[in-house]
Design a protein around this ligand. Structure first.
Ligand code: ADP
Length: 469
């Protein structure tokens, strides 16, 4: 039965209904008790009112005594030829009139139980506990004569049981109502919980059908912009990111294997051709020198791949510290001076002193090394490369400007993508694998910075790195 409603003991639905029922039972119990006690109080108050009214009725018939009433106390019949108690209509209230000496003068109403003897000191209400006839609620009035002497008293009373039986009549309907309300509310709760949780089930089922193999599916929840709508949207956005990530990963892997296979195949071919017959020592030397160049390229590629992988894995690898960027760039320029000289390129710097930023020395060195090396690589003999460090609007701006080959506009949007190279470089042995700028981009991103490029074909390029201070 429980399973048929789709409830397992550990489900949210079950817990919701459980709590709901518990609260409901508590509320109903408190409410029933409240009603019950209120009703009893009301009945008791009503009983007192009835007693007062009855006493007033009887009192109106009292004659005699010395309060201007003359003679001994007695009750005057309401009409001639009528017994006193016939027309009084006191219901199940009993009334007694006693005279000065405590003798019962008149008794009205007789039931299975008899109103107990009672001699009040003052007028008012009292509750009597008797052995034979249970509890009684009485109202009494002392009758005083002219000399302020008690000349008798009037008592009206009713067994308390009669109130309690009235009250107990309410018990059954309250219980019945509570049980009915309980079952109705239980059904309602089941319905509500199902309604509220159905969309979650739907979202879950859809999410289950989405596997890592096929990340193109989306939950596409059509419903109000409520908690569940937002959850579904969040999941969809997460899937977008996952899909993009997986796609990048796949492309990266396939690009990387391609990059590795091509030079390896070339190496193998070269070796096979060389081995196909005996060669002279010079020929072997020449081949080995060529092979070394290829192997160097492979080593560089492997190093770049490894570096990128480390960047991807740990958001902040390397030692992070506050470092002097001015010094870093100065020493970088010094170390590249010989390379510039071999190409007769004028490598110069305009470095603002003691600019400090928080970052990884290793990563930032790599970033600017890549940029300056590229500038030297793509600038012909006699060219100029200028590295400039400035503080602009509380940001650090580093530009690497060359007057080299420049880059055609169609390449600019893809320049920082992994393995992207301008076609002219693809064939050349000297060209890298197209990872240098991708690494630079990743490092800038991890330092909460950006990297941009401006370039004109044939005129030169400027790479701009903006970092927070
Ligand atoms: P690689 O490691 O192969 O040099 P990069 O990612 O560093 O790859 O560069 C990608 C492409 O951007 C290169 O193929 C090159 O054509 C172009 N490029 C980079 N820097 C410059 C520059 N300063 N001047 C002209 N072209 C450049």
């Amino acid at each position: 039965m429980i399973k048929r409603f789709g409830i397992s003991w550990r489900s949210l639905r079950f817990r919701l209904i459980g709590w709901y029922v518990l609260l409901l039972v508590l509320t109903l119990t408190v409410f029933s008790f409240y009603i019950f006690f209120q009703f009893r109080d009301l009945q008791q108050a009503q009983q007192d009112i009835n007693l007062q009214a009855a006493l007033a009725k009887v009192n109106a018939l009292v004659e005699g005594g010395q309060g201007g009433r003359g003679g001994d106390l007695r009750l005057r019949p309401p009409s001639p030829n009528q017994a006193v108690n016939q027309n009084l209509n006191l219901g199940n209230i009993q009334a007694r009139l006693y005279n000065r000496s405590g003798t019962l003068v008149e008794s009205i109403g007789s039931f299975a139980a008899e109103l107990p003897e009672y001699k009040p000191n003052t007028s008012g209400f009292a509750t009597l506990d008797t052995e034979n006839s249970g509890q009684w609620r009485v109202y009494s009035q002392v009758i005083v004569g002219r000399d302020n002497q008690r000349v008798g008293w009037l008592v009206v009373g009713q067994p308390i049981v009669s109130v309690d039986t009235e009250v107990s009549k309410l018990f059954a309907p309250i219980l019945f109502g509570a049980v009915l309300a309980f079952f109705l509310a239980l059904l309602g709760g089941l319905f509500l919980a199902n309604r509220a949780l159905l969309p979650i089930d739907r979202v879950t089922r859809t999410a289950q059908t989405i596997s890592t193999q096929d990340l193109t599916k989306r939950i596409n929840y059509h419903g109000p912009e409520d908690e569940i709508g937002r959850l579904a949207k969040t999941l969809d956005r997460m899937l977008d990111r996952l899909e993009k990530g997986f796609d990048q990963e796949r492309r990266f892997t396939s690009d990387a294997s391609h990059e590795l296979r091509t030079p390896l195949t070339a190496l193998k071919g070269r070796i096979e051709v060389t081995l196909s017959r005996l060669r002279t020592v010079e020929e072997y030397q020449e081949t080995l020198t060529d092979l070394k160049q290829e192997v160097d390229r492979l080593v560089r590629l492997a190093n770049s791949l490894l570096y990128l992988a480390r960047l991807d894995q740990a958001e902040s690898f390397g030692r992070w510290e506050t470092l002097n960027l001015s010094e870093l760039l100065e020493s970088l320029l010094d170390s590249l001076q010989w390379l510039a000289e071999t190409k007769a390129i004028e490598l110069s710097g305009e470095i603002a002193p003691t600019v400090k930023i928080y970052g990884s020395f290793d990563q930032l060195s790599r970033l600017f090394l890549n940029l300056v090396e590229n500038a030297l690589k793509y600038t012909p003999q006699g060219g100029r490369v200028l590295v400039r460090l400035q503080l602009v609007e509380k940001k650090v701006l580093v530009t690497v400007t060359d007057n080299g080959t420049g880059i055609a506009p169609e390449h600019l949007p893809n320049l920082f993508k992994r393995f992207y190279r301008v076609e002219a470089d693809r064939a050349s042995v000297s060209g890298g694998a197209g990872l240098g700028l991708a690494i630079a981009y990743e490092i800038a991103r991890q330092h909460n910075g950006t990297i941009e490029v401006e370039s004109n074909l044939g005129i030169g390029s400027t790479f701009k790195v903006i970092l927070p201070v």
